[in-house]
Design a protein around this ligand. Structure first.
Ligand SMILES: Nc1ncnc2c1ncn2[C@@H]1O[C@H](COP(=O)(O)OP(=O)(O)O)[C@@H](O)[C@H]1O
Ligand SMILES: [Mg+2]
Length: 323
């Protein structure tokens, strides 16, 4: 991962976003952990709660969010925006069978993360910030590509989907670590901390740095003004954990334990949002091209997803009309 070069664009566009729009990024280091299933379910519930909700398939190259919703692949995709055929992502949003829920699909995209350049990325981000909705949900790719990390970091809600499988947990920690250092890289140049951080990282054991949280502590100790500013910027990271495909009650304890590692080891905010049971009904309904929430409304997963959606929505505010 390279440091931003002098003059490289750094994204400070949150101020241009409609104050009502909340961006939820659904990431996770591994494929198959349920990012798309969770994103689609969350979208349906938020829409059902009356929120104008927009799902965006950013799993470029392996887009399948439309299938999770039981929708046909659309005619348009994010490639149409990047090629200039349409001038904003809003033009790609299509209605779904669910009231209040629109989808920007990626189904026809020949793109994958590896061929999204910095200009493409900033165009997508800028257009996302201008989309009118109450909630925008980004279904991200697996892995720790810098573009995926930047989409994750731009969100006001950074959801990490993980399963109790040891390889999923390992990948989840790798993802958090990559996001942490990606965020540091975005600010260290502006804060004139590149040399200090480089020196601390090169001599970790000499300085007694055993964790990313220690790194922030030592940066602040050596350069209190910029170090504290960096610590403040890092404190805006807030990982919200969803534990999916839970088979036994004892596995639920993994949620609070990942939350605690985020706080203690990484020194970042974290919240365990809840868990979803492993349920055969999930893939059975997918095969029928009907979302579980339509097909099995009495399942536990239905109630669990509803609980998470309500937590994320928070207390209901008076809504602005969407123009
Ligand atoms: N809670 C669950 N119970 C059972 N199967 C699940 C559950 N969540 C996801 N799946 C199944 O796991 C597979 C991968 O899910 P998906 O959402 O596509 O993962 P990702 O987007 O992370 O790659 C799908 O076949 C889906 O039906
Ligand atoms: Mg997916």
């Amino acid at each position: 991962m390279s440091a931003p070069q002098k003059g490289e664009k750094i994204y400070y566009m949150r101020g241009t976003m409609s104050p009502e729009a909340r961006i939820i990024a659904v990431g996770g280091g591994k494929g198959g952990v349920g990012k798309s299933f969770f994103s689609s379910g969350l979208g349906i519930f938020l829409a059902n709660l009356g929120y104008n909700t927009l799902l965006v398939d950013l799993d470029l190259g392996a887009a399948n969010l439309h299938t999770c919703l039981g929708e046909e692949p659309g005619e348009n995709s994010i490639s149409d925006f990047l090629s200039g055929r349409v001038s904003s992502l809003a033009e790609l949003a299509r209605p779904t069978r669910y009231r209040n829920l629109r989808l920007i699909g990626g189904s026809n995209d020949p793109l994958d993360m590896a061929n999204i350049n910095d200009l493409h990325k900033s165009q997508i981000m800028s257009s996302l910030f201008h989309l009118k909705a109450d909630f925008i949900i980004l279904d991200l790719s697996a892995g720790t590509h810098s573009t995926t990390l930047d989409f994750f970091l731009m969100a006001s809600h950074q959801i990490l989907t993980v399963t109790p499988d040891p390889s999923s947990i390992e990948n989840a920690y790798r993802f958090i670590k990559s996001a942490f250092f990606r965020k540091i890289k975005r600010y260290e140049f502006q804060l004139n901390l590149t040399n200090l951080i480089g020196d601390l990282m090169a001599n970790k054991s000499q300085h007694g740095i055993r964790s990313p949280a220690d790194l922030l502590y030592f940066v602040s100790k050596k350069d209190s003004k910029n170090g504290e500013l960096l610590a403040h910027l890092m404190s805006t990271m807030n990982i919200q954990i969803v534990l999916n495909q839970v088979r036994t009650t004892s596995e639920i304890a993994l949620g609070p334990s990942i939350e605690s590692v985020c706080r203690k080891y990484f020194g970042i905010n974290a919240q365990f949002l809840g868990h979803l049971d492993y349920d055969n009904a999930v893939w059975q309904s997918l095969r029928k091209k009907r979302h579980l929430l339509l097909e099995y409304p009495h399942s536990r997963v239905y109630a669990q997803l509803m609980g998470i959606a309500r937590t994320l929505a928070g207390p209901r505010k008076e809504k602005k009309a969407i123009s």
